[in-house]
Design a protein around this ligand. Sequence first.
Ligand code: ATP
Ligand code: MG
Length: 317
Amino acid sequence: MANQAKHAIEVENLTKRYGNLLAVNGISFTVRTGEVFAFLGPNGAGKSTTVEIIDMIRRPTSGKVRLLGMDVTKKKRAIVPRIGVLPQDFSSFDRITVRETLQFYSRLFSRGNADIDGLIELVHLKDKAEEQYKNLSGGLQQRLGIAIALVNDPEVVFLDEPTTGLDPRARREVWEVLLGLKKQGKTIFLTTHYMEEAEILADTVAIISRGMIIATGSPAELIENNTNYLVLTLQSVDANVVEIIRKLGFEPVHDNHQDLKVRVEHTEDILKTLNAIKDAGGSFLSLDVRRPNLEEVFLKLTGEALHAGPAENGEVG
Ligand SMILES: Nc1ncnc2c1ncn2[C@@H]1O[C@H](COP(=O)(O)OP(=O)(O)OP(=O)(O)O)[C@@H](O)[C@H]1O
Ligand SMILES: [Mg+2]
């Protein structure tokens, strides 16, 4: 079937109820074969529930899910050998080395046929192959988790928050690995609450909030369709600058880094703002102009921040 080749995953009107809680509320979406699809949403949005229904760890309350063209509630045996899963909060055996761990999972899931050296290379763990799991940093442990998800050379890989809790550098190293997988043509279903991760990795992003998908598209489409402004950021502004900008009819806001952010619709408004500050004798240290990011799209659509607390890693909400 042509449809089968085009879409690796098809979800139709999926719901999941836990007692009184409707954790997933009638969602529908498709994932194209070979794309990186990211579920972006805050804690408790229903990301893991959805992923774990698709990868057959949990069962749906209602709705249809086809994975590789097959109904997940009926064809588990046929599907399992063709998918890989990195669950949220993955952990492995403390005293077993990287190589031994992969050999172990290969015996379980791949009749011992996995190319262990190839996998170790793919996740950049060559120097750590003989290291015990407990001695690996969080980022290295996650990369081992990704290698485990790949022992059966799956067509579709599910990664539930693969970089949560990692420092920015370790996160980037995981991204490198995932971009390598994408090059190999694997379909990747990722969940994350880091908008930067979705922006960098995903071909398609579905924004999920309270069990519902509230927007889907490429990162560029989501930004284009949901925002119509530019963000001017001024660093280290004089106290009087806020008043000057207000007089122009804009509403500046201080963000977590004590910078002043101004939303403007046109590039001319930026010149107008800078000139007004100069004419009034105000000053600032530096400036930055950018398109809105996914975090701002999320905020606009839900009225909530993706992150609780201060922004991380230079992300601003
Ligand atoms: N097995 C379960 N039994 C009861 N409630 C559950 C269960 N699993 C999840 N929930 C609830 O369902 C909602 C969605 O949870 P889920 O884990 O799918 O969200 P998530 O988007 O993955 O969140 P996080 O970013 O924290 O991982 C939450 O309110 C959660 O408490
Ligand atoms: Mg989760």
